[in-house]
Design a protein around this ligand. Structure first.
Ligand code: PMP
Length: 376
């Protein structure tokens, strides 16, 4: 998969494969000013120095305010800054998973989370679901049988499915999780990228889950993935253990990047920037939705995401998207085959498309190329 995806970077290929933010939307001027301030006379020595493992205090204060405003009451002592939320996934896997421990996941599941759980030698068990998310009754039954260590979910605008768990499901799932008492890992990188509908409260905000939830966030999708800044919100005792693991891993996340992010949050209008991102991505999402009916064979279905970056397409049965990808690359278009995101025997008829990185004209051209491959 890594080799095939490397080919998607070839000039001329229209890639719907990566979940990467549109580079033309980065706030370069705002960030340059934030780095300048971080390196301005007084604090310059501090911004270039080693710093505490838990992360920049001012950044954690500003983040705590932002999360509390999202309906997730948070203080600085609930937060650890991580080197991207990917590091959060790796740290919690080390902290919570012994070899053979059971991890429950939705299917399809975010590939790099799966890798962390596999490296920890966990047993990974998918929980069945539908368009509204995983099924609470199935979760109840599987949890009783498997005694899982944790459940991993991307409840809002999931990667790779684009699916969002409905409010009723959230309530029902919270009840099941609280009753069984395993950890919920709520991975929420796309929360702010909503293009329609009402804001969903994070599952971690539910009082019955207060002591059993790890909430992972990141600046990757709204500020910059290259800065590698994420956060880990968890009960104090787990946070202390994770801080010790992080210390052993990288001592701390880049001091200067954290200082610049704090300057940026304090001075720039991140909400206005997010509104700009949403306005652009909404048009791209709509362009992909408008083209899909014309380029897919009858019997194809796809998710209709309210936000995020991804559409999950299921071709009529018998299709094999692993075999379609090299053919698509010959036509200068790329996607990720669905088998990459599945745990058991993969359904090879699925594929993931990301609409974030291209304007509507390029999306239409890329889908026209994909349509040619599909019709062959
Ligand atoms: N979780 C999910 C569901 C993601 O889609 C991503 C980014 N692709 C990450 C975690 C990792 O993000 P970060 O850049 O913060 O490490």
């Amino acid at each position: 998969m890594r080799d095939l995806l490397a080919l998607t970077a070839r000039p001329g290929v229209i890639s719907f494969a990566g979940g990467i933010p549109a580079p033309e939307l980065f706030d370069v001027d705002g960030l340059r000013a934030a780095f300048d301030r971080a390196l301005a006379d007084g604090p310059a020595q501090r911004a270039l120095q080693y710093s505490p493992t838990e992360g920049n205090l001012r950044l954690r204060e500003l983040l705590a305010q932002r999360l509390s405003g999202r309906g997730l009451p948070t203080t600085v002592d609930d937060l650890l800054i991580t080197t991207g939320s990917q590091q959060g996934l790796q740290l919690l896997s080390t902290a919570l998973l012994d070899p053979g421990a059971t991890v429950l996941v939705e299917e399809p599941v975010y590939l790099s989370a799966l890798q962390c759980f596999q490296l920890a030698e966990a047993r990974i068990v998918p929980v069945p679901g539908d368009a509204e998310g995983i099924d609470p009754a199935a979760l109840d039954e599987i949890a009783a049988r498997e005694r899982p260590a944790l459940l991993y979910l991307v409840p809002t605008f999931s990667n790779p499915s684009g699916r969002t768990i409905s409010p009723e499901r959230r309530r029902a799932l919270a009840e099941v999780i609280a009753r069984h008492g395993f950890w919920l890992v709520e991975d929420d990188p796309y929360h702010e990228l909503r293009y329609r509908g009402e804001r969903e409260e994070p599952l971690s905000a539910r009082p019955e889950l207060a002591e059993r939830t790890i909430y992972l966030g990141t600046f990757s999708k709204v500020i910059s993935p290259g800065m590698r800044l994420g956060w880990f919100r968890a009960p104090r005792e787990l946070l202390r253990r994770v801080a010790i693991l992080k210390q052993a891993t990288d001592l701390h996340t880049s001091t200067v990047d954290q200082a610049a992010a704090a300057e940026y949050l304090a001075a720039a209008d991140l909400d206005a920037h997010v509104r700009k991102l949403c306005a652009t991505y909404r048009v791209r999402r709509d362009a992909m939705m408008a083209e899909l009916p014309a380029i897919t064979p009858s019997g194809t279905t796809w998710t209709d995401p309210d936000g995020g970056m991804f559409v999950w397409v299921i071709l009529p049965s018998g299709a094999d998207t692993d075999r379609l990808l090299p053919e698509a690359l010959r036509h200068d278009v790329a996607f990720v085959p669905g088998s990459a995101f599945q745990v058991g025997e993969p359904d090879r008829s699925a594929l993931r498309l990301s609409f974030a990185a291209h304007g509507p004209g390029t999306i239409a051209e890329g889908l026209r190329r994909l349509g040619k491959v599909l019709s062959q």
